[in-house]
Ligand binder design. Sequence first.
Ligand SMILES: N[C@@H](CCC(=O)N[C@@H](CS)C(=O)NCC(=O)O)C(=O)O
Length: 203
Amino acid sequence: MPEYKLIYFNMKGRAELARWCFAYGGIPYIDDRIDGNWAERKKEMPGGQVPVLMVNGKPLSESLAIARYVAKQAGLVPEDDLEAAGCDAIVDALQGIMAEVYQKVVRSNAEPAEKQRLMKEEILPNKINPFLNRLNERLSTREWFISDKITWADLNIALSFASLTSFVLDVLKDYPAVKKLVEKVHSLDSIKKWLSTRPVTEN
Ligand SMILES: N[C@@H](CCC(=O)N[C@@H](CS)C(=O)NCC(=O)O)C(=O)O
């Protein structure tokens, strides 16, 4: 097995999906969380950013390329090309939604009341709820997102909506099939173990 080192900050952010894939696959890796000397470490990173996955000393950048690669090693990418592309599609869509939430709400300098208004009156009704409607309909008739087998798309759905629940407590209230999938992923032994042992961080 190759030697893996995942380099990122001490946060979930763009590295957490890869960490969940490592956990699911029981694949050993070094979880290298940069602490304090970013200016120095930045020079070593291709493109000057993280996450970077070192595979036997060779760097791979871009969070979704990293997560997809680790998912493949963990048996979480379908063999069928169209099913694999279906997973890519929902992962990309979720990435877009989460990027908007982080940019406009989590990292914005707006007052808390304005953040709440933005979330309630704009992002939820225009972006998140229509997405959840379609996803809930799809998950009502199937075991996992793409087929009868779990994939990294399921892990990403569970990760993203668990994280959104910290901003909007009842985000899944009207979407029971999505809620069921999120709970199913969280009840996997490998994921439960990761969640109970990972470093505690705010984001
Ligand atoms: N498209 C890249 C974006 C990477 C990115 O924005 N990384 C941020 C942390 S989340 C970073 O390295 N920031 C520090 C810097 O740019 O100096 C990805 O998805 O991996």
